[in-house]
Write a protein of this length. Structure first.
Ligand SMILES: Nc1ncnc2c1ncn2[C@@H]1O[C@H](COP(=O)(O)OP(=O)(O)OP(=O)(O)O)[C@@H](O)[C@H]1O
Ligand SMILES: Nc1ncnc2c1ncn2[C@@H]1O[C@H](COP(=O)(O)OP(=O)(O)OP(=O)(O)O)[C@@H](O)[C@H]1O
Ligand SMILES: [Mg+2]
Ligand SMILES: [Mg+2]
Lengths: 228, 302, 302, 228
């Protein structure tokens, strides 16, 4: 599903936010990405959705080389990936409902169907009563859950979540992780960047850990282990 | 396609309404730009009317020989009657001509007082159509030469030259100013749209990140631009109309202008439609420009 | 106080530079607004010059009796020489007057041809100063009545009335348009500043939340507004100057205008300074307005 | 230092984000404020800095009734309080240095002194090497630490921190809490809203807990206990 071949990324000359990153994530896997603040987790996720292009190396996502696909194909790539951004990235002039269903609307899905889907996912994150609120009228944790709802509304083949429980209480956080597991069980590949050591330990999934831009540790693919 | 149009329109209308404070600002600016354009057209139109009015007052005089035959006179009269350029004409007998001279050139009273004989010739006073060019005068003069019984064909070249210069100057000022006004209207509209869109670049970045395709991001902005341009132009034309009413009231209340028989004319319907279309078109151009300039690229904050 | 000024200036300059893309947009819009204002003044000034030029060409004729004494003539000449309103004058003898009439009124050739006696009186042709009012003519006429040997004082009231009407119309169009232009310049500047500030309302909210006091939040915005207004006005004046150069080149390249002796005049220095000040002032007003309108209140996004 | 007397806050008619909140925080205390997502923690902090005015009730901060002080005195009140906002609230057009020292600049403190102070606090949060970066060039956790640095740069008498470690790895989070304790020991009253149960348990401080806008539990003032 995702392959990194010797990927380097830098924002300033000779300072690498990521260096020599190589790993493979198979379809259907559930992976935690961890590492201290500033290690390069968000940068790695940005490369997957081609928000950024790596300075060196190749990245394959769902069979496509994301650093070389034409610009016109980027939207389709991104629509196949659900992303929970670390800073939520909700559109402030749109309500929760509109934020969650915006992409569905551009795809021409009618209002009724959009309502149904939004209702479903908002219920999953416990926000059905905030459907017509604007993001700035929500608490931090509520905004985060809207971001989760938006990421899963289009049944993505790949789900990227950047610190998706940083603003949630432990119970809500566990709910969200259970939700991710459920989605994962239906076939979606899930990659969660997080600092939450307890959660990582509890869930017993493959862990990729970064330190200062280098791949520090990879607990190995469970799927591959099962296959061999 | 229909779905795309529906999407763009609904998003545009929603956004116009939700950020109405902001949009009123840009709409107001567009309105004033179009107001200036419209006022400019209005003033230009009326100055031109004035110039044409004056030009119309230029006489073209055909002085007749004292011994002209009735037939010859009738022939000339017939020619004038069917000429394309002639608006109206009157015949002035020898006596009328003398009376007219006395009246008009009071300073030369002495000159005519002492005359026993009436030296003033009979004449046709011809008024040509509005907007006649110097060229026409010359042509008419040449054609009339072939008629019998004409002493001389005369028109006031000096006045004509003056008026021509005046018209030329007004026209030049008009072009000079008009180009500026049109150019800066478009520029203003496009800039203002850029500014309003600029406040939403974050939104646009988010839309891109969640996978909305180019067309669906641009569509609503373009519709919004066109709507703003169109509405702004409408408001501008409305202001020009109010100005027109005010000027009209001022003129009828001011005796010195009644004498001049000046009555302002509002922009003809076609021009109004043209202004509205220009507004919409500038909006379209403006939004296309701004989209090209910053919606495509991530513009950083600093 | 000095610290406050330093703070405002340094923050304003930093912000102008950091958001220069945005600021160029608003600066451009302000520039065009001031360009229109400046062009308007430029065109108005030169139309007025033209009107005054024409007005200067109106003669004021003092016809003398044929039997006037040398002393009486000298007395009138002395009076004209020291009158405040007289620009220049020439004496026209009886013979010169006849020749002039023949030349000027070629149509009436016959009239003078048959005369043995010269009926044309000698006269003074007086050119009054530019911008003379009808009132002045009347006053001069009255004063001249007391002199001996004057047959009649005459000036062409019709032309004067025409010119007066023309000047009145130009002036009215000028006022009408000028008010619009000034008003919409101020409005445009203030709107554009509001739009640019609007992109920064979040910043302002943050500044408030971390405890910056009102003055320190407003200071930099006001300085920015004034700077933008000032710079925009400067750029606008520069554009007008370019336009002036272009028009000048066009006129000298175009023979029909050389004859008219029309030479455009650029805005005098005081007007330029006035425009710059107006720009700065509109910037000040604009930023004050916008600050009052939305920096004080939390404006929600929808 | 802070007193709430029967405070109510609501954003919509008859839906209370906070209802009947009363408590007292003494000078020099260190308090955790906890509760599930949407419980009203951020709202409570907003009331303290008068970002919002309560619908009912009285709030005393540092001896002043914040719902009735004149508007002109609000800036001074806020300057005496350091706040780490849940969404950081960094000014994006200013560098880290400028963000941290903005208020100092308005107070007329000269560049040298501002540099010195900024260097100190940025070192405390481990970001001295990011001084001239813009917020959007920082990782989530780095932004959060800039927010912390800004909150403490002016030696506030009261420090409010809303989920200050949500984007930090456990080690960094512990560093920040140690920093808050140090500041608290120097006399600053500290109020931290957080979901991190481990941290709350480890630190053994007074805990005020909210649920759905009601004061659920208050473990009581340690300072008062020591006094009695
Ligand atoms: N646009 C940028 N310009 C310059 N430096 C950047 C930029 N974006 C990220 N960085 C730097 O790259 C490094 C990695 O950033 P990244 O956001 O990937 O970290 P992270 O692992 O997500 O950290 P966190 O857990 O704090 O979110 C950081 O040191 C950050 O300062
Ligand atoms: N401006 C607003 N308009 C309407 N409702 C609001 C507004 N601000 C907050 N709320 C609501 O008030 C409740 C409390 O919000 P608050 O931000 O205080 O929660 P919180 O305890 O900080 O939650 P979190 O841990 O998720 O940050 C939430 O249900 C939220 O939706
Ligand atoms: Mg990150
Ligand atoms: Mg909160």
């Amino acid at each position: 599903m995702i392959r990194f071949y010797h990927v380097y990324q830098s924002y300033q000359k000779d300072v690498f936010a990521l260096s020599d990153i190589s790993f493979t994530i198979n379809p259907g896997e559930f992976i935690f990405l961890t590492g201290p603040s500033g290690a390069g987790k968000t940068t790695l996720l940005k490369l997957i959705i081609r928000e950024e292009v790596p300075k060196k190396g190749q990245i394959l996502v769902n069979g496509q080389n994301v650093s070389s696909i034409p610009v016109s194909k980027i939207p389709r790539l991104r629509r196949s990936i659900g992303v929970v951004f670390q800073d939520f990235k909700l559109i402030r002039s749109k309500t929760v409902f509109e934020n969650v269903t915006f992409v569905l609307k551009t795809l021409g899905i009618d209002l009724k169907e959009r309502r149904r889907r939004a209702h479903n996912v908002l219920k999953m994150v416990g926000l059905q009563h905030k459907t017509h609120f604007y993001p700035l009228e929500l608490s931090g944790g509520e905004q985060q859950r809207v971001a989760v709802a938006r990421a899963i509304v289009n049944d993505p083949v790949l789900l990227l979540a950047d610190e998706p429980t940083g603003n949630l209480d432990p119970d809500r956080a566990a709910d969200i992780m259970a939700l991710f597991e459920k989605i994962n069980r239906k076939g979606t590949t899930v990659l969660v960047a997080t600092h939450d050591r307890d959660m990582i330990q509890r869930m017993r999934k493959r862990v990729i850990s970064l330190t200062a831009g280098r791949l520090d540790h990879d607990s190995g693919s469970q799927v591959q282990v099962e296959e061999s | 396609m229909l779905q795309f149009l529906y999407f763009s329109l609904s998003e545009a209308v929603t956004s116009l309404w939700r950020t109405r404070i902001l949009n009123l600002l840009s709409l107001g600016t567009i309105m004033f730009a179009m107001f200036i354009l419209g006022s400019f057209m209005f003033v230009g139109l009326n100055l031109q009317n004035l110039a044409l009015d004056w030009q119309k007052q230029i006489q073209f005089n055909i002085f007749l020989n004292d011994d002209i035959s009735e037939e010859a006179r009738a022939e000339i009269q017939a020619y004038l009657g069917k000429s394309f350029f002639v608006d109206s004409f009157t015949f002035l007998s020898k006596d009328q001509a003398r009376a007219r001279f006395d009246e008009k050139f009071a300073a030369y009273e002495k000159v005519t007082e002492n005359l026993e004989d009436n030296p003033f010739p009979a004449s046709f006073e011809v008024f040509l159509l509005r907007g006649t060019k110097q060229q026409t005068y010359t042509t008419l003069k040449d054609e009339l030469k072939s008629f019998a019984g004409i002493e001389e064909v005369y028109y006031d070249e000096e006045v004509f030259r003056r008026l021509g210069m005046f018209a030329g100057f007004i026209q030049m000022a008009g072009w000079f100013f008009g180009v500026i006004v049109i150019f800066s209207s478009i520029f203003t509209i496009s800039n203002v749209l850029k500014l309003t869109f600029f406040t939403r670049r974050e939104e646009v970045d988010i839309m891109k990140l969640v996978g909305a395709s180019r067309a669906y991001i641009r569509g609503p902005f373009i519709v919004e631009g066109v709507l703003q341009g169109f509405l702004g132009a409408g408001a501008g034309v409305f202001l020009v109309y109010s100005g027109y009413l005010m000027v009209g009231r001022f003129l009828t209340g001011n005796t010195s202008f009644i004498l001049g028989n000046l009555e302002p004319e509002f922009l003809p319907m076609q021009w109004v439609v043209l202004i509205l279309l220009a507004g919409g078109f500038s909006g379209l151009l403006g939004s296309l420009f701004s989209l090209h300039q910053f919606l495509e690229e991530h513009i950083s904050y600093h």
